[in-house]
Every structure is written in C-alpha cells, then in structure tokens.
Design a binder for this molecule. Sequence first.
Ligand code: ZN
Ligand code: ZN
Length: 474
Amino acid sequence: MTILIRGGTVVSATGSALTDVLVDGERIVALVEPGSTALGSNLAAAAARVIDATGRYVIPGGVDCHTHMDLPFGGTSSSDTFETGTRAAAWGGTTTIIDFAVQFKGERVQDGLAAWHEKAAGQCAIDYGFHQIIGDVNDESLKAMDELVAEGITSVKLFTAYPGVYYSDDGQLLRAMQVAARNGAVVMMHAENGPAIDVLREQALSRGETAPVHHGLTRPWETEAEATHRVLMLAQVTGAPLYVVHMSARQAVAALQAYRDQGFNVFGETCPQYLYLSLEDQLSRPGFEGAAWVCSPPLRPRAEGHQDELWKYLRTNDLQVVSTDHCPFCMKEQKDRGIGDFTKIPNGLGTVEHRLDLVYQGVVDGRITKERWVELCSTTPARMFGLYGRKGVIEPGADADLVVYDPNGHTSIGIGVGRTHHMNMDHSSWEGFEVDGHVDTVLSRGTVVVDDGAYVGAKGHGRYQKRALCQYLT
Ligand SMILES: [Zn+2]
Ligand SMILES: [Zn+2]
C-alpha cells in the first residue's frame, strides 16, 4: 500500500522545503521534489492513496519520551491506560511514547518490567518503548541494568524525591551512575530534595495549611536547584550521561547550563505545564480547584520568572526536549483524596494529546522556530533515547510516522462541543486554552491513524520499540 503526501512543506530540525513524501508499507521510501519525474511522471496515479498537504507542514511524528500510563500512585492509578493514553497521543500527533516501567521497593527489576510489558501489549494505538525506574538500588538491581540495555531499555530513572517510595540516597545514586557510565545507559533524574520537602510538608500541615497551593509552597525552587546541582556533580564524578527530567526552576537549568558549557554529557527536558501554567494562575485557585494542577515539581510562581526563562533555554539548547510527564488523575475519587490534606493529592497532569499544539504556539509567538519545534518534540527525543533513524526524521528508510499539520488551523482545548480532549480525565489541565495550529492527519508506520481530525486507528497497532544507546552524546 503506497501513500503519497503531496504539496506540503516538510519541516525538519535542520530546515524546511516543499517536498512530497512517498510511503510504501511501513516506511518512507522517497522524498520527491515537486514536479520531479525521477520516479515516474504520475506518482499520484500509482499511489493507493494521495493525501493533499497543500499549505500545510509535514513533520515527523511526535516522540513523547515521558509518560506514565496506568501508574500506581498514592493508592490509585493514573487514569489513562495504554489504550486510552496512546489513542489521545495519536490524536495530538504523537506517534511514539516512552513510558516508565517501575521496579517498586522489594521487587525484582525484571518483574517490574514484565508488569509494564503486560499492561501495554496489544493495547497501544502507536509505538511505545520503556525506561526503567529503579526504585530499589541494590546489588541485584544494579546487575539487572546490563540486561535492560540488552532488551532495548537504555535509560533508567532515579529519584532524589519521594522518600520511602522511589527515593535513592546519594550513595545509591552514585552506584547506579557508575554502572551507567560503564554500560552506556542514560540516567534520568527526578531532581528535588525529597527529605527537605517532607519536613516542609509536615510543618505546613501542622500549621493547618492544607490547600493545594501548599503543594507548591513546600517545594520551593531551591529544593529543585539543590538536587539538580548535586546530581550534576555526581554525574561528573562518575562520567554517566545525565538527563534531568521535567525541569521547572530557572535556577536548576542555570546549573545544568554551566555543566553543559564545560562539555559534560548532561541534558534537560521541560514540559508544557512549566512553560505556560503557574502557581498564581492555576495552583492557587480557590477551594480545592488547584488540586487539578498538583504535579511535581510544582507549577512555579510567575513572579519568580521561570516560565519565560525556560522558553529562552529551549531556544539556546540548554534544554533539549519538551515531553509531557503525562500522568492524569480525575478530580472525582482520585484528586479529591487530598481534600483537607494536600499531601494526599495524586501528583500529575494530563497533556499527552496537546504537546505538539502547545509547543507550536511558541512558534506562533516568536519564541522558537518551526524547525526547533520539530527538534524539541520529535528529533531530539528520538536521538536522546536511541530511536533516531526509525523515528524523529523524514527520510527514506525511516518509519512512516508522519503528521500533516495545519499552521493556519486552530485548536480549542478542553471538554465540550468543538473542543479537543480525548484523555481519560473528568477535566482538562488545559481547559479554555485556544492555540494556533491543528493536527490534521497522522500516520503511524504507514497506517493512517488520524484522518482529517478523526481517529481511525486501532488498539494493538502500536509495537514495542527496542532502543539503541543514546545518539546525542558529545
Ligand atoms: Zn518525576
Ligand atoms: Zn514523570
């Protein structure tokens, strides 16, 4: 089955040009200059289907390298399954997710991984891979890190946050980083000072400060900047490649920038919520409303200037990736466990469907170029996590993961008639957002899964992707 995408502007990380894209089966087989007869004088007649992309962009499918489908958290689980979450992702032009398999305390790494394979197998609308959370660093789990690399799981996530759950002490972090330095895995780090935050939380509760805003006030930027600086130093000691996830504090990115400038293989991602949302505008809404925006790290005060600085760091490549940290919870029977005690609110927002549109708004607003948009959302995440060549690029031989994007379209995000929202949530983290641009058509490995805005994909189409080692090291 051949598909010709005709008349569009192919946008890549390095440039843009009017180019037709020919797909055969699951792969891109040719890029054709408009009017070229090199492959015959009437390609369109030979193709089984022609997609007219005139006036639109053709971009490599989005790679969201940070999602949590069906993740147990605080006695409940994130509300999107692999089925509902990957369908919503497809709707928004994301054709690959990398989700986090979890080794819980006392569990074997291999058993944690097997549980995630079971959750995802046969359920996904788009392709998927895994990182492995090592929640219990010990001799056995360190040994398992070599097996993970062999199975295409070339990144592990460690935490300086959540004591008693995922937390590793500095000695454990160091030992895991030594293994990564040897076997080439990327160490992903949730960098917040968990033990200090726990004290601030207890003190706030004992003063009767129970509202959602106190989630933010008890995780001040210093606790992120301190932990970030600490793990940067440990990366320097061990030589492990380090990728700091969901960076929200400008001071933490400034520390990362300083080490990048010295030539270390250290990287950072941020997420749309840290670019657009804030403690003042969302987290401190009256009553319990702010609970919808409880996530960690927290939405930061706009008065502290984080949001604009993060956009700048995206422009200067001090931050390399925009992922979502998609981890949705409903207000009813999930977030509402924290009424009267903000520490019991499950942490997370739902964004997997909206990332391409939200970051494209940065192009419209003049913050980044359209090429940088593609690089941040697709090309670099693919390179960072060993998928490049197959994913993240439009060239012959690559998987035909393609998005026809209308730069003159419009997307109204939220719940209700004419609004876009397909995640399994009873609210939207982005209700009322009006953004430029629109995902029209999406192909996943040569199969049309979104056709002119309508989902036509199928559960089980998505395949597990074994990943190579990081392709972004300097
Ligand atoms: Zn995290
Ligand atoms: Zn996360």
